[in-house]
Design a binder for this molecule. Structure first.
Ligand SMILES: [Zn+2]
Ligand SMILES: [Zn+2]
Length: 348
């Protein structure tokens, strides 16, 4: 029987289309991936071409022979500028804010061909520490209302440059979608929140008890498929300790988060044959740091299906893979294969 499920946090409805249900392995897309070389002379993010990017914001030096480890530069094609004042205008039904904001590009590695899923955990941790450094710095800017950190991998995920990179966008406004999620979380906290922190803490506890949608658990994090997952293999990673903001993450937690994020990406890479994906860190807006009702998380979304007219018109997603089947499938994928593959490819 098809089933409509409601997302506990967002209150959005999802159609779990069991009539057209697919086994998880049917979602594997054997796409033609170009074999990338480690260095591409025309790539603006490759070593030696540092002058082709706007002036660097941050650089993590490398140990050994590599030219550097991680670089952060402003996005050359940013729609937002740090040099304007975010003045608001309201004229009749039309409101605007000057295009103030920050748009960073985090160049994850000097190696053009290296994937996050195949990097050592310690290297991924370095990238996450860079995210946190920039997140903390920009959170202090009084004009900044919200910060989004994300990665696009592959053309279906909207990437335009193949060199491994992620992005951070800091805006002077908060989108309605983020506002609404906050309002749901606050209302839930007001109604039920006497003996627990937030609705996410409640859901994490219940999912850990039920186990069927859990992908993996570590000391500080848990990765799971949502009960009302909007898309096949959409995987959320939650800190087990209550924290509203990514900026609150500790040094020990960042190391553990790196291992978990890398492992989830490796499971997708091996299990689904390197799908295009996005991930995004959903964290409290700057004005809500430290609140008890919101809980930050990472959302990893493989782009295996396309959004069509029904989704656009109804605001309801159709998911053709049972979240429980997706979780079981991902639990079984051996993520550690990746390190052997990496060692084989890079000969190190
Ligand atoms: Zn490159
Ligand atoms: Zn919580």
């Amino acid at each position: 029987m098809p089933e409509l499920r409601q997302n506990f946090a967002t209150k959005e409805w999802v159609v779990i289309a069991t009539e057209r249900a697919k086994r998880p392995e049917q979602m594997v897309q054997h796409r033609e991936r170009k074999v990338l070389s480690a260095f591409v002379p025309t790539c603006p993010f490759c070593p030696g071409n540092e002058s082709q990017t706007p002036p660097e914001i941050l650089r993590i030096p490398a140990a050994g022979d590599a030219p550097w480890h991680v670089r952060v530069v402003p996005n050359k094609f940013s729609a937002l500028s740090r040099d304007v004042q975010p003045n608001r205008t309201i004229h009749r039904s039309r409101r605007t804010v000057n295009g103030f904001g920050f748009h960073d590009v985090i160049i994850e590695t000097p190696d053009h061909s290296k994937l996050l899923a195949l990097m050592p955990d310690s290297y991924v941790a370095e990238i996450l520490r860079v995210y946190k450094t920039r997140y903390d710095e920009l959170s202090l800017d009084p004009w900044i209302a919200h910060i989004t950190i994300f990665k696009n991998h592959g053309p279906d995920a909207g990437t335009s440059l193949e060199h491994p990179h992620s992005q951070l966008v800091a805006t002077p406004v908060i989108s309605l979608q983020v506002r609404e999620r906050f309002q749901h979380a606050l209302r839930h906290y007001d109604d039920y929140g006497e003996c627990m922190f937030c609705m996410f803490c409640q859901m994490i506890d219940e999912e850990l008890e039920e186990q069927s949608r859990i992908v993996m658990v570590s000391e500080h994090f848990v990765a799971m498929e949502l009960f009302a997952s909007p898309a096949p293999f959409c995987t959320h990673i939650y800190p087990r300790r209550h924290m509203a903001s990514f900026g609150d993450v500790s040094a020990a937690e960042i190391m553990d988060m790196a291992r978990m994020l890398r492992t989830v990406l490796a499971k997708l890479y091996h299990g689904l044959s390197d799908p295009d994906f996005n991930f995004t860190i959903r964290s409290a807006p700057a004005e809500n740091v430290g609140v008890k009702y919101f809980h930050w998380y990472v959302s990893v979304i493989p782009r295996l299906t396309r959004v069509a007219g029904f989704e656009l018109g109804s605001g309801m997603f159709i998911n053709t893979v049972l979240p429980e089947a997706a979780a079981e499938f991902l639990r079984k994928v051996d993520a550690e294969r990746s390190l052997q593959t990496a060692a084989h490819v890079h000969g190190s």
